[in-house]
Design a protein around this ligand. Sequence first.
Ligand code: ADP
Ligand code: MG
Length: 300
Amino acid sequence: MLRLERVSKTYRVGAFARTSLKAVRDVSFELRPGEVVSLIGESGSGKSTIGRMILRLTQPTDGRITFEGTDITGLRGRGLKEYYRHAQGVFQDPFSTYNPIFRADRVFAMIRQSYFPNVRDAEWRDRVADAISSVNLNPDLVLGKYPHQLSGGQLQRLLVARALLLDIKLLVADEIISMLDASTRIDVLNLLADLKERGLAVLFITHDLSLGNYLSDQTVILRKGAVVERGTTEKVFGDPRHPYTRTLLASVPRLGTRWEDLPVPETEGHECDAPPEEVDDDHFVACFDRVHHGRKSESV
Ligand code: ADP
Ligand code: MG
């Protein structure tokens, strides 16, 4: 459904854009309908850049992103609008999506204006109320409120409700639970599980490893813009092959571990830029030969 093929993004930075920063390097993975893919990596590893490229908020420097076979990087005007009917994002800071001077209803009104101008008032009110109820909010209590009168979790759920009014097939969820308290987190995770049940594909972006395996089918581990390991969550979490993944997983049981506190994984001093190769069905590891060369005697 959504396929990234060797996607890279280089930002021009510095005065006169003379320096460049490779934020995303040769990233490939795929999302299928009804599948949750976790994209996991520490801060600055390029996760949001990938999400933004998928949502056409920024363009890749190289590579291809296709949605149902169509290259999305070339979409303009009507084509792009059609794409947004199927692909939507929810972000870490939901407040940024809302204009503080308008009531929360406005995000729904905007969808109506662009996509459903011919739907009658009563019918539209019903649809909005249904969508809001399906994200476990009470329409009477949230509509009519200003963004600052709602919690971050409520605003995020309203954005999911807005997406549900469209014919959504793909949701990019970028760090959506990082800033929520524990009880709201569970609600939002359960909501994502419901979306999956409905056949939606969800890209679940997180820097929190302990949340990554909660509902995902596939896991992609990102390091400095490149994929070090990816595959079914079962294989990546159950049989991690890359030393980086192993170190990360070994630290997971310690709740509250911060990435900065993690030991630097031993990669035998090799810096390897090669994209991951398939080492097993649905299991890809970067620089597999190199990272495993010389470690066999350690029975890893
Ligand atoms: P993550 O979401 O994993 O924290 P990002 O995708 O936000 O990572 O950022 C990856 C890298 O790209 C970081 O080094 C960040 O500073 C840089 N970056 C992100 N957006 C821009 C931008 N618009 N211009 C220049 N550099 C950027
Ligand atoms: Mg980010």
